[in-house]
Ligand binder design. Structure first.
Ligand code: NAG
Ligand code: NAG
Ligand code: NAG
Ligand code: NAG
Ligand code: NAG
Ligand code: NAG
Length: 378
């Protein structure tokens, strides 16, 4: 049977709509697909590191119901029902998902000959859930890989192998074009508040804590800069006091005010620190994702959140405010209506909304440029 051609007026309407309704397309800048992604940080971006640490079974996220919505419904050590922030950022810049964890590459599960192929085609994820920028953060939960160690894993072993494979100028260029994703601040702040609550403060003031955090973060960033880092997307912490874990500790179910003010302070300190790097790191380009602002806006405008499909912004989907996610925990009925997945981490659906904000042109949520603009050719 012959296909019916649309009538001429239908074509005319179509053409008019193309002209009238479609914004003109132009290419004001050429964006690169980075050769690799390197991920550093904690819970929001870990893609399986802790599962390779013998003493981290409780925080490895490699048991149900983690991963229930991942492509194969298998728990892969991601703190979510599916994809985490590193997966979504990697997807938006041309990869399928986050690169594999460094420990999976060196510790087994992955034959060593694949190591070089992976680092030169996808990158590496060093992030470790519950770790911090400060070396001691997370120890109370088990073994974690702290930020300074993650930085060393890149700047010594991975950069060394990149040079062995690609040669000196080749490797430097490769690292310069690669996308570095950081997610920092949550683990350290949670532990700082825990220490205060337990009456065992380790830092004498919020400012001293913030000073230590920022100087350690910038130190690591400059170490990475020295081996070639240029394009860096930094995810600043959410309102940490509104994590279900903290709401459970407040008789009224409210957010922990001090944790929230520290979250805001970390965003401001990161912004100032990076702005003032200037001359010490020429050519460094960065974007800071203001997770605090995005989540506060959702909490302040529940009808706006509902427009995005979110109905529950406080309770986690798996377990509850006071109960961790586990194979015997209760699971919510509709995972795309929940912001939180467990006491500390967010659902795959929330990840999608958050990362979209980092690629948007809304300067409230990402600045001085967005994550996509980090890939402008230069
Ligand atoms: C793991 O935990 C056990 C018991 O707490 C402890 O004896 C052991 O030293 C830990 N191992 C590592 C590598 O931290
Ligand atoms: C390459 O990576 C392996 C595994 O991490 C490490 O042991 C080795 O030292 C690295 N080689 C170089 C040249 O840096
Ligand atoms: C990567 O390749 C380099 C150069 O061929 C080699 O020296 C190194 O051992 C390889 N690394 C691993 C971990 O296989
Ligand atoms: C919390 O207290 C422990 C034990 O004193 C200490 O090692 C750690 O550095 C403290 N962490 C923070 C973030 O204050
Ligand atoms: C508990 O929540 C209330 C709001 O419901 C808030 O005013 C209060 O500061 C919170 N407590 C702490 C310790 O932050
Ligand atoms: C889950 O919630 C979303 C948003 O409210 C809705 O569009 C979807 O149909 C729901 N799914 C199920 C299985 O109920």
């Amino acid at each position: 049977m012959a296909t019916k051609f649309p009538r001429p007026w239908a074509w005319a309407l179509y053409l008019v709509s193309m002209v009238v309704l479609t914004p003109p397309r132009y290419c004001s800048s050429v964006r690169i697909v980075p050769p690799a992604v390197f991920v550093i940080g904690g819970t929001l971006v870990d893609a399986g590191t802790n599962a390779f640490l013998p003493n981290s079974t409780a925080i490895a996220a490699n048991f149900p119901f983690y991963g229930i919505d991942f492509f194969d419904s298998v728990p892969h050590g991601r703190s979510s029902n599916g994809r985490v922030v590193s997966d979504e950022v990697a997807r938006r810049i041309g990869f399928e998902m986050s690169p594999p964890s460094y420990l999976s590459l060196v510790a087994g599960g992955y034959p060593s000959y694949k190591f070089n192929r992976t680092i030169t085609s996808r990158g590496v994820n060093f992030a470790s859930a519950f770790s911090g920028v400060l070396s001691s953060t997370g120890r109370a939960y088990g073994q974690v890989v702290p930020y300074p160690e993650q930085v060393r894993q890149f700047s010594t072993s991975v950069a060394g192998n990149l040079t062995a494979v690609l040669g000196q100028p080749g490797s430097a260029n490769f690292i310069r074009q690669s996308f570095f994703l950081f997610s920092v601040g949550v683990g350290d702040t949670v532990e700082y508040i825990q220490n205060l609550t337990a009456g065992r403060p380790y830092y004498r003031s919020d400012d001293l804590f913030l000073d230590a955090f920022i100087s350690q973060f910038v130190g690591g960033l400059l170490d990475l800069y020295a081996v070639g880092l240029r394009r860096s997307g930094i995810v600043a912490p959410p309102p940490i006091g509104c994590l279900p874990y903290f709401r459970a500790l407040n008789a009224t179910g409210g957010c922990n005010a001090r944790a929230n003010s520290l979250s805001q302070a970390i965003y401001q300190r990161l912004t100032l620190a990076l702005r003032s790097l200037g001359a010490s790191a020429p050519g460094l380009i960065y974007a800071i994702g203001n997770t605090y602002r995005f989540v506060s806006d959702l909490l302040a405008f529940p009808e706006g959140a509902a427009n995005c499909g979110l109905k529950e912004l406080r309770a986690p989907c798996c377990g509850n405010e006071a109960t961790p996610c586990s194979p015997t925990a209760t699971l919510c009925r509709n995972r795309t209506e929940y912001w939180f997945w467990d006491q500390y981490s967010v659902t795959e659906y929330a990840v999608g909304l958050l990362v979209e904000a980092f690629f948007s042109d809304n300067a409230d949520y990402v600045s001085p440029i967005n994550f996509g603009q980090l890939l402008i050719k230069y």
